[in-house]
Design a binder for this molecule. Structure first.
Ligand code: SAM
Ligand code: SF4
Length: 376
């Protein structure tokens, strides 16, 4: 549902963080930035470049795809650059992740990254991609100014990969991962969603493969954000199960580095020595577990999301969206846009509520948008 916050008064919210807003009930005198009613401050921006994708992952998209947005409905390169500039220069955004849909399918991707880099020489800009076509684009992405990359990789078996993504592109993705590493887009992070009976048993092998190559693997709990609405609590693989599955081959210990608002809880990984109970070898690397459902981190959430059509989503599970692009296209000033963004974040929910109620329970309703249409 798009929340109608209306056109801010020309001067009413002129100085982000200081003016009260009648639109959202945001009081005067707050610290500058994207703060909410629960004292959180969003500094990590996820921006979706497109809703389109060339894979059909079962936990995200239906087999037939979705009805794509029109070109006109999607933010142009100039609009993206302006919105990011407002986020960074006026609202305290410190980190940008480009996502989708599949960002690599956007024809002007390199121009967008180059323009963002020119405007923000020091800003960490990363991108989440499915890796299809990355082998040919990695060097260009690096040259344009991309800092780092996350590639989604759920299986190393062709059949399983094709079953999960409904496309036979495993080799393309593997080539893309290696090319990203070679181009200097490291540390390369890999995202894997485990599905019961499909790729869950492969999790230790996937971790071993990533550790061997120096890639940082992160397992993501499957969230109820699939367009098919097939998610069930019973079927999802929980973080506790993931730790259990990995413990067959590895010993996980706490990572001494501070989590610092990161969605993934990181663990140091040592190989379990067969026959030597409790004895382990050296640290081989780290693994991350993003337990959004069963061990949520809402109280420390620092994310603000912009969908491909320029809607602000304060939370992945928010049913309320606030239109930023529409206001921009009406000719709003930077201050008005910043004010609306602040309003949207002010009403960010305290928590998504998935962890203590079932999907069928009355106080958790699966959002209308699927992951690809939000920008994960
Ligand atoms: N297409 C790109 C990709 O797949 O990496 C970027 C967009 S995708 C929506 C971003 C991340 O969301 C991917 O790592 C994907 O595995 C994850 N994802 C998609 N649907 C999910 C779901 N229902 N639960 C958990 N993670 C999901
Ligand atoms: Fe496409 Fe990424 Fe969704 Fe898979 S997870 S269908 S690659 S947007």
């Amino acid at each position: 549902m798009t929340v109608q916050l209306g056109m801010p008064h020309p001067r009413g919210t002129a100085i982000p963080g200081t003016g009260a807003s009648a639109q959202s009930g945001r009081p005067a005198g707050l610290p500058a930035g994207l703060v909410d009613r629960y004292g959180r401050r969003a500094t990590d921006m996820r921006l979706s470049l497109t809703d389109k994708c060339n894979l059909r992952c079962t936990y995200c998209m239906p087999a037939e795809g979705l009805e794509w947005l029109s070109k006109q409905a999607v933010m142009s390169a100039e609009e993206i650059v302006r919105i990011v500039r407002i986020g960074v220069d006026m609202l305290g955004v410190r980190e940008l992740r480009l996502t989708g849909g599949e960002p690599l399918v956007r024809a002007d991707l390199l121009d967008i990254i180059a323009a963002l880099r020119q405007a923000h020489p020091e800003l960490p800009i990363s991108m989440t991609t499915n890796g299809v076509g990355l082998d040919k684009k990695a060097a260009g992405l690096k040259a344009a100014g991309l800092s780092r990359i996350n590639v989604s990789l759920d299986s190393l078996h062709e059949e399983t990969f094709a079953q999960l993504t409904r496309r036979p592109f495993l080799n393309k993705v593997l080539a893309g991962v290696d090319a990203a590493w070679a181009a200097g887009l490291g540390p390369v992070k890999l995202n894997a969603v485990l599905m019961r009976g499909i790729n869950d048993a492969e999790s230790p092998a996937l971790l071993a493969w990533a550790l061997d190559r120096g890639y940082e693997l992160r397992f993501i709990e499957q969230m109820p954000l699939d367009a098919d609405h097939g998610w069930t609590r019973r079927n999802m693989i929980t973080a506790a199960e993931i730790r259990q599955l990995l413990s067959a081959d590895f010993v996980l210990g706490p990572d001494p580095r501070a989590r610092d608002g990161a969605p993934a809880e990181r663990f140091e990984v040592r190989r379990r020595m067969p026959g030597t109970a409790g004895t382990t070898g050296p640290v081989l690397g780290t693994v991350g577990i993003i337990a959004s459902v069963t061990e949520p981190f809402c109280s420390d959430c620092r994310r603000t999301r912009i969908t491909a059509e320029g809607k602000i989503m304060s939370c992945l599970f928010s049913r309320d969206e606030v239109d930023l692009l529409g206001l921009l296209r009406e000719g709003a000033s930077d201050e008005q846009l910043a004010g609306r963004w602040q309003d949207a974040m002010w009403i960010k929910p305290k928590a998504h509520g998935m962890d203590h109620v079932g999907l069928d329970a009355p106080d958790f309703v699966q959002p209308d948008r699927s992951m690809s249409a939000i920008g994960g």
